[in-house]
Design a protein around this ligand. Structure first.
Ligand code: XMP
Length: 512
């Protein structure tokens, strides 16, 4: 899938690599991400207007540090090195890189020395975001220093060879005018054309899926969320009713979710969907289990069992469609390059290891908001597009301690109130997720004239751009008050409501 003439990003393993590609797509310029180890031929095939070398966690002096073929610096197109990309470029071209005493992390002030095409049109001083260990202390021949921070050479360029590099991260929002720096590179220096759009993505994806699947059939596990629905609609456009979808009621979904979503998927999206009610099976598997990882394992295992039974009854189907997104990929495994693994709990790729499917993952390079935009372009209904993300293991990771039918009912009722009040306050579209968590903590309440020993509900409402970082929502007091009063009055056995004011990092969005 490619539009020639875009920007190729070579991944040296930074958590921010995909953000670079995303910022470029936001400029409607095609951008492809390749591992830094990709052969130069593969880069050439994409006929890029320019290259970006990403950051990475290593030092150029580590024996195991990732390396590019130095030929990428001589392809005749402009190159921008970011952070490790800068250090690798400087080191490779004969400059000097020094290990810093301590990592420079967070905000710093950039002083721009002028005359730089990359930093053109920017003020003389900018707040920038750093995350690096080494410094360039001597620039290679032909290079000029164009910007400094207090501690380091922060921007260099060789105008005649069109090589540019910055020590900081223009792709993160914390860098002031970072987008303008990338724009200067993409449009001013590389003269790329803005010819990549959502409709181009849809057309290319549909074509690629049609080509790959041929006359065969495909199966898709719908979760009820926007990702799998968008993936299914894209594949349906390519192969029509040769796509069969399965939507499993694990008994861990939210109030009325199975019924309402099934109707929406079938009636409004026209998908062929088999609805499987497996709630009792999941509950039986979870009986007596409190350990979060064990819950996830059992749910994953049961899901595979249910899904495999359905698949077998449908006959020979070689392809499996999954709505995997980029954050799922980097938080699970390092796939495209050396991007570092953060955690392994996400259930990406759980199915194929035990089933003989070839995977179709049309959204794997995208962030959630990009998927929502693609969904809008495909005509998905608003209630599906704006739906908050919901974890694969469902309410099981929001019900701490043992899962019982009774406690699930309590959580579902409290959760429905949280969501209803967020809608009523007009905040649903402005928040990333809003939900209730049932804690296995009892405390004393006074109800009527009686003392009552009941459970605690934590309300979690966060704002985020991509779930990789999140901040708790500063909800108005009256909204919090209505939630709290209603939960205590309307939900049996709950005597206390608390509001979670932790951000990610260091906390996570979910409690388990
Ligand atoms: P955390 O809790 O890691 O969540 O900050 C980040 C985002 O991922 C969702 N999430 C999951 N999604 N399977 C999923 O499909 C999971 O096991 C899982 N755990 C967390 C979470 O809701 C949030 O949007």
């Amino acid at each position: 899938m490619s539009v020639r003439g875009g920007i190729v990003v070579l991944d040296f393993g930074s958590q921010y690599t995909q953000l670079i590609a995303r910022r470029i797509r936001e400029m409607e310029v095609f951008s492809a991400l390749l591992p830094c180890t990709a052969p130069v031929e593969e880069v050439r095939k994409l006929a890029p207007r320019g290259l970006i070398l990403s950051g990475g966690p290593n030092s150029v002096y580590d024996p195991a540090s990732p390396k590019c073929d130095p030929q990428v610096l001589h392809l005749g197109v402009p190159v921008l090195g970011i952070c490790y990309g800068m250090q690798w470029m400087a080191h490779t071209l004969g400059g000097k890189v020094q290990r810093a005493e301590r990592r420079e992390y967070g905000r710093a002030d950039l002083k721009i020395l002028g005359g730089s095409a990359l930093l053109d049109g920017l003020p003389k001083e900018l707040k920038i975001w750093n995350s690096h260990g080494d410094h360039v202390v001597a620039v290679p021949d032909g290079f000029r220093i164009c910007g400094r921070t207090e501690n380091a050479v922060a921007a260099i360029e060789d105008d005649s060879r069109k090589l540019f590099a910055v020590e900081f991260h223009p792709e993160v929002r914390h860098t002031d005018r970072g987008e303008d720096i990338l724009r200067n590179f993409v449009f001013g220096i590389c003269e790329a054309r803005a010819n990549w759009s959502r409709s181009a993505f849809i057309a290319e994806t549909v074509e690629a899926v049609r080509h790959r699947v041929g006359d065969a059939r495909a199966l898709c596990a719908l979760s009820g969320g926007v990702d799998s629905a968008v993936a299914a609609v894209l594949v349906q456009r390519a192969i029509g009713d040769r796509l069969t979808n399965v939507f499993v009621d694990t008994g861990l979904l939210r109030q009325n979710e199975f019924r309402d979503t099934l109707a929406l998927l079938r009636d409004r999206l026209g998908l062929v969907v088999i609805g499987v009610n497996a709630a009792a099976r999941f509950l039986a598997q979870l009986q007596g289990i409190s350990d979060p990882e064990e819950k996830r394992r059992r749910i994953g295992r049961e899901f595979i069992a249910v899904f495999a039974e359905e698949a077998r009854s449908l006959g020979e189907i070689p392809f499996l469609v999954q709505g995997t997104l980029y954050p799922d990929v980097i938080e699970s495994v390092s796939v495209k390059g050396p991007s570092q693994t953060i955690k392994t709990h996400h259930n990406v790729g759980g199915l194929p290891s035990v089933m003989p499917f070839q995977l179709i993952e049309p959204l794997r390079d995208l962030f959630k908001d990009e998927v929502r935009q693609i969904g809008r372009e495909l005509g998905l209904p608003k209630e599906m597009l704006t739906k908050h993300p919901f974890p694969g293991p469902g309410l099981a990771v929001r019900l701490l301690g043992e899962i019982t039918e009774e406690r699930l009912a309590t959580l579902r009722a409290a959760d429905a109130i949280v969501v209803e009040e967020i809608h009523r306050a007009g905040l649903y579209g402005k928040t990333w997720q809003a939900f209730a968590v049932l804690l296995p903590v009892c405390s004393v309440g006074v109800m009527g004239d009686e003392r009552h020993y009941g459970f605690t509900v934590a309300v979690r409402v966060v704002e985020s751009e991509d779930a990789m970082t999140a901040d708790w929502s500063r909800l108005p007091g009256d909204v919090l008050e209505r939630m709290s009063t209603r939960i205590v009055n309307e939900v049996r056995d709950v005597t206390r409501v608390v509001y979670d004011i932790s951000s990610k990092p260091p906390s996570t969005i979910e409690w388990e």
